[in-house]
Design a binder for this molecule. Structure first.
Ligand code: TXA
Ligand code: MG
Length: 375
């Protein structure tokens, strides 16, 4: 891997930035760009050499397929050999937006882009700079998250610069992204749509449009030897260098897809809930004291509401427990901060409440290598 490419960095709003990105993509180059979920690392999806360059720049295993980003719905019919009615209904409901749809691929999509699969993942992002860049390039843009493989996905241009400067041709800086975790992936190749990766678009939101939706078994079963249908989901993603452990109250197990609780503080305010929060904090504080005594550097990932309960040199505030949006937006940045601090042991509260609880815990559990202590 040549790490000495002169990476051009331009603000999305700078004159000529988007057209320069488009020209770079047309030449088979690599451009990192903002989307509403996380930053993507784009290349011409129909050019096998360009796709191959993405894998090299990320250090990504070549069996892990890329998502093809489009700017107009008709592009789906160029890329997919069969588009079921339910897929069209989801596209109409959620595009542009954080939903990726898996469909059988047409021959024009090279296997370099699909990691050797006969299916293709397609998404229309809603970020205006992303849409403008795709349109101006007149291409379909293959783009994984713009991080080095195994690191948390980038949610700011600085994250991208840290990982990719010198490895790619250009970075479009669009500031901090809005959502902060990757798109929901739904497989539309079977009879019943199946969620392969949870995200901002929840199961309930999908079912509202197309009826019954299933979830890939590897996401719900705690036995981890089931092979996920999205090849990328099997890798230990998002992991900070230190050892991350989630400490969770046994009573407060998930309230998946419970959008009603998203903005409700009633749970949070009860005496019972306060005792639960204290018991988590007590356990975490004990673990920290123990590691500190052994000479290790520690960090805590906590909600704003609970931060004052901890006795630690590094308290990283993930957002407000009652608002999944704020946690999702900050989570990856905080995992990167753990590395910047050089934390050896990191303890996190569980953030399983509200509409985004599922997606957040899916990423956090991976970052923790599934290490959970229940108190
Ligand atoms: O929000 C997002 O989806 C971001 C932004 C940049 O759009 N992209 C992203 O890409 O998260 P990446 O490469 O980090 O994750 C793509 C996931 C991987 O888990 C991959 O295995 C899965 O999508 N995937 C891609 N094509 C697939 C296919 N044909 N069948 C099953 N899974 C697929
Ligand atoms: Mg990724």
């Amino acid at each position: 891997m040549n790490e000495n490419i002169n990476t051009i960095i331009m603000n999305c709003d700078e004159k000529g930035a988007i057209s320069k990105a488009a020209v770079t993509l047309r030449k088979g180059g690599l451009v990192a760009f903002p989307t509403e979920t996380v930053y993507g690392l784009g290349a011409d999806a129909l050019n096998p050499e360009a796709s191959t360059k993405i894998y090299a720049a990320k250090g990504r295993p070549s069996d892990n397929p890329l998502i093809v980003h489009i700017a107009d719905t008709y592009a789906v019919f160029k890329l997919a050999s069969h588009v079921p009615k339910k897929a069209v209904m989801l596209m109409e409901a959620f595009w542009p937006g954080p939903l990726t749809i898996i469909l059988p691929k047409k021959d024009i999509v090279p296997r370099e882009t699909t990691g050797g699969l006969d299916t293709v993942a397609i998404r229309m992002p809603s970020h205006p700079a992303a849409l403008d860049m795709i349109r101006q390039s007149q291409l379909y843009i293959a783009a994984p998250s713009a991080n080095i493989s195994g690191r948390p996905s980038p949610t700011t241009a600085d994250h991208v610069i840290n990982d990719m400067k010198g490895r790619i041709d250009m970075i479009l800086d669009g500031g901090a992204v809005g959502i902060g975790i990757e798109s929901t992936i739904v497989d539309m190749t079977g009879d019943v749509p199946m969620i392969l990766r949870p995200g901002f678009i929840t199961k309930a939101m999908l079912e509202n449009i197309v009826g019954a939706v299933t979830v890939d078994k590897s996401l719900t079963d705690s036995i981890s030897d089931i092979k996920p249908k999205a090849p990328g989901m099997k890798y230990t993603h998002y992991a900070p260098k230190g050892e991350l452990t989630i400490v969770e109250a046994a009573e407060e197990t998930d309230t998946p897809d419970n959008s009603a609780s998203e903005h409700s503080h009633q749970n949070h305010g009860s005496a019972h809930s306060y005792i639960t929060r204290l018991s988590v904090a007590k356990k975490i504080n004990a673990l920290i004291a123990e590691k500190k005594q052994q000479g290790f550097k520690t960090a805590v990932i906590a909600s704003a509401e609970n931060a004052h309960l901890y006795n630690c040199e590094n308290i990283l505030i993930a957002g407000e427990a009652a608002s999944g949006e704020t946690i999702a937006a900050k989570l990856y940045g905080i995992l990167r901060e753990c590395d910047d601090i050089g934390a050896d042991y990191i303890y996190s509260e569980a953030f399983n409440r509200g509409k985004l609880g599922n997606a957040i815990m899916n990423r956090l559990l991976k970052a923790a290598g599934q290490r959970v202590i229940k108190v």
